[in-house]
Design a protein around this ligand. Sequence first.
Ligand code: KIV
Length: 300
Amino acid sequence: MSEQHVQPDASQPRHGSDSAEASSATAYPAAHTDGPKRVRTRHFQQAKHEGHKITGLTSYDQLTARIFDEAGIDFLLVGDSAANNVLGYGTTLPVTVEELIPLTRAVAGAVTRAFVIADMPFGSYENGPEDALHTAVRFMKETGAHAVKLEGGERSHKQIRRIVSAGIPVMAHIGFTPQSEHGLGGHLIQGRGDGVAQLLADARSVQEAGAFAVVLEMIPADTARQITTALDIPTISVGAGPECDGQLLVWTDWAGFTIGRVPKFVKQYAQLADILSDAATRWRADVASGNYPGPEHSYE
Ligand code: KIV
């Protein structure tokens, strides 16, 4: 769903004031020079029907959101993976709505084109459809996000249906669902053997509930292909192979910040941790040796 593939609205306003638009437009090279455009849920559908791939990255702050938006990434997920990647928690389980709201607001406020999706954290929707709607409404009212995401297939059907009935788009998430890490017995590939039928049932269930797209995480490529063929809504792969309708990666993995083993499905497009480490080391040495600040960095 890159720029040459879809023609999102040219008429939609962005978040923030005109002056904010002007200043952000000059911060990085603009990938989109023909005025504001906004990716909508219908463009996800259009991409599937036209066979164009959808791209997504996670983002948790306005700096990366602006860069990814200018690069033409179709959607940004403010994932509950912020738990690990921003807040330093060991899993996604502890992160709260209160912690994710400011991050989501920063991302939604920084983009002009990308579709921004707020991830509903563990404990904020499992209790039932009314709790789920309450959380979704908070994200929509308090952050400027365009949609929400929640985990679970058949078990989350009623929650998805209730949120969608209130006019809020929902991205579903099945396969390996990190919030159920302990129930699933660890970071295990889903949808093998007998698991294929259950995953197909989950995929059909979230589509029937009204989800506009579904994330398939860590499932065999052939299972993902079957689901993609069976569904009318687009499938978004996180480690589910090339035959999904779109691809999503956690930006910190993709950019070389992963500590420890890099998952097999991640392709790293930069080594930013090494670049920052090198910069910090050189700056520290310059300060120690008196090379920084020089006269050009000092006021007369
Ligand atoms: O929080 C997240 O980053 C996610 C993706 C891995 C799908 O849910």
